[in-house]
Design a protein. Structure first.
Length: 53
């Protein structure tokens, strides 16, 4: 597949997982569920100072 911004003669890049997902969780749902509290905590930390007078 050729992208519009890709220069002519650009080398193909091989993509591989650094750490493959567990066999019982191939979609990475456990990883996403673990990241959710971090995202929510970051949003809370960003919004609280913005609301204080």
């Amino acid at each position: 597949m050729k992208l519009s911004g890709e220069p002519e003669g650009a080398p193909a890049v091989a993509v591989r997982d650094l750490v493959p997902l567990a066999a019982d969780d191939p979609r990475g749902a456990g990883l996403a569920a673990g990241a959710l509290p971090l995202v929510m905590g970051g949003l809370l930390a960003a919004l609280l100072p913005a609301r204080s007078p």
